[in-house]
Design a protein around this ligand. Sequence first.
Ligand code: PEP
Length: 258
Amino acid sequence: MRKIVIAGNWKMHKTKEEALELVNQIKAGFKDNGEVKVIVAPPFTSLPYVREALKDTTIGIAAQNMFYEKEGAYTGEISPLMLKDVGVHYVIIGHSERRKYFCETDEGVNKKIKTALEYSLTPILCIGESLEERKSGKTFEKIETQLEGALRGLSSTDVKKIIIAYEPIWAIGTGETATPEQAEEVHSFIRKKIAQKYGNDVASYAIILYGGSVKPNNAFSLLREDNIDGVLVGGASLKGDSFLQIIEAGIRVSGGES
Ligand code: PEP
């Protein structure tokens, strides 16, 4: 049985004090039933403080990006070694904002995934189509290309360790969410592709998150879809009460509510 994952991507928000305030709210409000994995992805500058605040909890910590080299002359970059050093467990890779503003390619994403795995960091791989691609019927083509590019050269064992987040670009930060049916269609396509390439066992293990304007009022209906194993939340993860309500939706679904 796959665990439900509720992950919050704080993007470029929160000073150290604000990050601690938020994480303490989440910590106080989250009643872990063992069925839902909560992850927060603060900015780099807050990682060690958030790590310290969460040290006696089950809440996981993700970085929002990393470089694929261990060390070297790469001004401004952060390595997997540095993330391990401050107690990070997960790393978001290939977010559409990184692809858009920092020219990240499938090839670079693939290198980052390989390095993350080498350092025992769990990659949260983001893939998703643009509005134009959706309108012109290219959604599945795009998803397949990104998936193949990101996973190139990985073994079945490696793929088992990756979390995939389907994030349609047109739904990120726009207030427009994919309907549960639209999301489920893509999620089941992703699982099918994984099954074809890596086998049914790997596909049944694969945790596939949905991301794109997830809010307290739509989380439950998305999470109860068969192939939606969790959510990656941007805007609504910046406030303790809304993030906790989304976690609560995960707990309800994990308890069999439908
Ligand atoms: C995201 O950035 O991963 C995201 C899904 O953002 P939002 O929830 O704000 O659309």
